[in-house]
Structures are given as structure tokens and as C-alpha cells.
Design a protein around this ligand. Sequence first.
Ligand code: ZN
Length: 249
Amino acid sequence: MIYAIISDVHANFDALSAVLDDVPACATILHLGDLVGYGPQPNEVVAALTRAVGVMGNHDAAALGLLDVYRFNDAARASAEWTRAILDEPAKAYLAAQPLVRTFEEDGISITLAHGSPYEPEDFHYIFHAEDAARAFGSLDSDIIFVGHSHLPQAFEAGADRRNITMRRHGLRGSADELSLERETRYIVNVGSVGQPRDGDPFASYALLDTASRCIRWRRVPYDVGSAQDKIIRAGLPSRNAERLALGG
Ligand code: ZN
């Protein structure tokens, strides 16, 4: 089975369209939340993904009024309020139906989807360091935990004893961006962000999982950043939301 795993689209329909064009026709699309927030086209993004299985992100929860935005910075809070006002009923219903964590099995590989860490998922902890990864590995037994939230494409690996956790950056253009899944190893895989990359590369990021050949591949996809920026400005969203798209940060 081939899965295309996308995350943090953030209402950037230009980036999502380019990614959907890049996804192989045989792939099943999974998403890791934050479909909305920051960007100008939340309804279009949700409508394009209503057949995809996914989880709820903190920006989705904020747009639904399920999460207090006091911890958001000014641009994120203003974006959440804008999004809440513009979301249509089908988009609200789809987002509200997404769980915080999903786990399933394919070709003998147990797979979990979560937006932030699956440890206390309602708190959307980031996984930046080995200690964060250890808590996530300790919260369930899945072979692969797919996450988004930090917008940084990378993978943490741990042996069956959860010791010796290592982290590697992935999804860097022009570098080896494949990961072969070993049988006695567990993984936390961050697929990066479709709609607002933060690793210094403005290209949209996502990952492909082939459960038969036990391989993960990160993909970077160019898209019309200028078009997305124009829509952000015209919508009256914070200009910072537009500027950062060109920087990948
Ligand atoms: Zn996000």
C-alpha cells in the first residue's frame, strides 16, 4: 500500500494543489491536521481533502472554538479568528469529526497519526528533542508515529528498548531523503509542512510511505508562492503570514 502523508496545509490551496498533482494516483492520502489557520483558503483546502483520513491539529481546534488561543502569537490568533468567521458548515463538520490520534495496521506495520506528540495529544506537545521523542514512543507501541506540528521534516529512530534515540533531518532538496524501515526499529516521522515550511526551504513538503517495500520518501514540491501571498494580503490576514512563505520560515 502506498500512502501520501501530508500535514500543516494551513489553508494554502496553491501549495496543496501542487502537492496533490505530485502524489501518485495509486496513493491513499492521509493528513496530520492543521488544514486551516494562517492561510487564505480554508474552505477550498478542506473541500479538497474531505475523502482523506486524518487527525485534528491545534489550528483546526482553534478555528472550531475548541482550543483557547491565548498561547498563540498575535498573527496566529488573528488568523484563527479570521478562519473561524469564514469557515463554511461542511468544513466545520469535517474538521470537528477528526480525532486527535488514529492508529491502524498495514502489511504488519502498526502506524499512528497525530498532529503533535501522541503523548497527551490534547496538549499538542512538540517533538523537537530526544526527550520529547521518548515520551511519544512511550505513549503507545506503534512501529511508526507520523507527526506534523513543528513543520520540520525529520525522523527519530529508537530500538525496541526505546533507548539510543537518534534524529535526522530529511526532506532536504538534493540530499538522500529516503528511509528504509528496519524491523526492530521504531520511528517518529515528521513529514514537514505543505502550506508553511519552516526549514528554510519554501517548497511544499510531504512524504510517501510504501508499506510493502518498507520505505519512506520525503518529497519537496515547488508551487506559486506569489499567488498564495497575494491571496493572504487581499484577505486582510497578517502580512507576516505571506512574507514567511517565501523564506520557508
Ligand atoms: Zn501547523
